[in-house]
Design a binder for this molecule. Structure first.
Ligand SMILES: [Zn+2]
Length: 290
């Protein structure tokens, strides 16, 4: 794909998101994903939980120096507000890599109150009994749904994972495990640090420019430092994998700028974590509160 071709497609993607609150718990969604009756998805805000201080208040990360009971209680609060059965959650064990695991109902509660999964940044399933969950605090969440084969994928795409095309790895796994055809797969990108706020060193900037020559992803901020557009990196790897342009959806929400979200960069590491979730609905139908 030439730079002109990619640029024309990328400009045609209009970022969109929705936000709702229940019991004080905020949830971001992708409108195009909400239109499908047989899946449920979302991304947590930092409101409505029991954590205090820099973790205030809905910290959903077990890897921060915070009391485990608080995070467990936050999961109960979050799952209740989001309408997710707590018994079916499966958490990733991210390491900023590109490992994708297929999981099913036998993995329920792993990473919550059962043994964590081996290191993995991506999860794939066709099991409607479970809810895939990935952790985030500036890093992108990629959502994948195949409405034909009824398979889903979700991954944590930090800059390293995005650079090494974890999105392509999830799509490949869905092809193998679910029999998916990429042209049927719908992709979404959750809140993350935006093109303007993601400042990088020159070496990282150069790695991205070399890895994605079809993109115009480098910028410069007011301090004269290089910036990278991770949302283009997401779209580029989806397109390379055979995803059709109309099936690419970006939320366009910046974790660094939105006070309702935790940001590892903005909060200089002293912060909590958010969760992305995606599941197939067991009866193939929509929950009444959408
Ligand atoms: Zn931003």
């Amino acid at each position: 794909m030439t730079r002109e071709e990619f640029s024309a497609i990328y400009r045609s993607i209009v970022p969109a998101h929705a936000y709702r609150e229940k019991n004080g718990v905020g949830i971001y969604t992708i409108p195009a994903f909400s239109a499908y009756p047989d899946i449920d998805h979302g991304f947590s805000a930092r409101t409505g939980g029991v954590s205090e201080g820099c973790f205030s208040s809905l910290n959903l990360s077990f890897t921060r120096p915070e009391q485990r009971e608080n995070v467990m209680e936050n999961y109960r609060i979050f799952c209740n507000a989001a309408g997710i059965p707590l018994d079916g959650i499966v958490l990733d064990t991210y390491e900023h890599g590109t490992t994708v695991l297929c999981v099913n109902r036998f993995d329920c509660r792993r990473g919550y109150d059962r043994d964590p999964l081996p290191f993995c940044d991506g999860l794939v399933t066709d099991d409607p009994e479970i809810t895939l969950i990935t952790g985030h605090a500036d890093c992108m969440a990629f959502y994948f749904y195949d409405p034909v084969k009824k398979g889903i994928g979700l991954c944590h795409a930090g800059w390293r994972g995005a650079l090494h095309r974890i999105g392509a790895e999830v799509i490949r796994t869905m092809e193998t495990a679910c029999g998916s055809d990429p042209k049927d797969i719908v992709c979404g990108v959750g809140p993350s640090i935006c093109p303007k706020c993601f400042e990088v060193g020159d070496d990282v900037a150069e790695s991205f420019a070399l890895a994605f020559p079809q993109c115009d992803l480098l910028g410069e901020n007011e301090k004269g430092k290089a910036t990278v557009d991770l949302w283009q990196v997401a779209a580029a790897q989806f397109l390379e994998s055979g995803i059709v342009p109309e099936h690419i959806h970006l939320m366009g929400v910046c974790t660094f700028e939105d006070e309702r979200l935790y940001s590892h960069r903005r909060d200089k590491g002293r912060t909590g974590g958010m969760a992305a979730f995606l599941r197939l609905l067991p009866d193939g139908g929509k929950r009444e509160d959408g």
